[in-house]
Design a protein around this ligand. Sequence first.
Ligand code: G6P
Length: 368
Amino acid sequence: HLIDKGNYRHFMEKEIYDQPEAISDTLSHYINFVDNRVIAVSGDIAFANVQSLAISACGTAYLAGLIGKYWFERYARLPVEIDVASEFRYREIPLSPQAAALFISQSGETADTLACLRYCKEYGLKTGAVVNTRESTIARESDAVFPIFAGPEIGVASTKAFTCQLAVLAALAVAAGRARGTVTEKEEQILVERLAEMPRVMAQVLDSIQPKIERLSRELAKCRAVLYLGRGTSFPLAMEGALKLKETSYIQAQGYAAGELKHGPIALVDENMPVIVIAPHDRFFDKTVSNMQEVAARGGRIILITDEKGAAALKLDTMHTIVLPNVHEIIAPMIFSLPVQLLAYHTAVFVGTDVDQPRNLAKSVTVE
Ligand code: G6P
């Protein structure tokens, strides 16, 4: 069928707004909404018996995997080794056949990720692929396929594939937790109920934040460099925000763990560099606030992305605050992805780049 932009100016914009539907389609394959249980989809991967998980991927898919690591470790108590595929394949990692390996790839054709898959199979690991293209090489060669149902993604900068990858990883982590006895039936129900709310909350956020994001993006477009900070799962999301901004607007951007601020990036802070802080009101919030105070004390311009509880608890002047609804921490990374993606998108539009096809980048990298 014909793929068009509909009423949107760019595919990236359309794909950002596609997310409630894409997430809903994806979740319906992993969640039984009637009894709030995860569907047993683990195929050939027996999470109950594996001793660890190895994840490899490239680009945005790698950052989805990094968030997945937090979930598998927390909910399934499963140690996760993760690296970008181009490093993973050459590191000579001591892999045990008791480990399982996951490969995350929108296209299912990324050369380095495919090489990791073949490498892990040689070591006798069970393999699983989180892909958007079921007819892809990575899907074909994996023992288990965990498809996302994002639909075609045309914009080079990945948006809906990222949040759908996260939705699948979250469901798999809960499934693994159930299999391993680290998530009780009651906890599973709560987590699944929260996951099920995601499309509705996403639609609500997308409906309301655009005017504010546009105002902010107009200012960001004039900047030469931007720093993103976060803790916990907001740390990989900070890296994803920086990646999205640099890919689409060519503005130098870096994502850092907020706790590393003192170990380098604070040297960059002055009144010219915006610092985008991703901080839901979770167990890290107070620590992130103290990092923001350090930025503010040096004249840094803070753009805070938080939730209602965070905004109410804050006693600090930020340049701008984007306030999202309060959500459970298992869906926070997907919900907080929305302002992060929209900031990159609108900034790129103000800079005037070729948003869907940024210079030098390819949608799918099939050579090493
Ligand atoms: C390219 C794309 C990115 C993508 C990465 C991995 O760099 O521009 O958007 O995240 O490849 O692609 P994959 O298809 O393996 O997810």
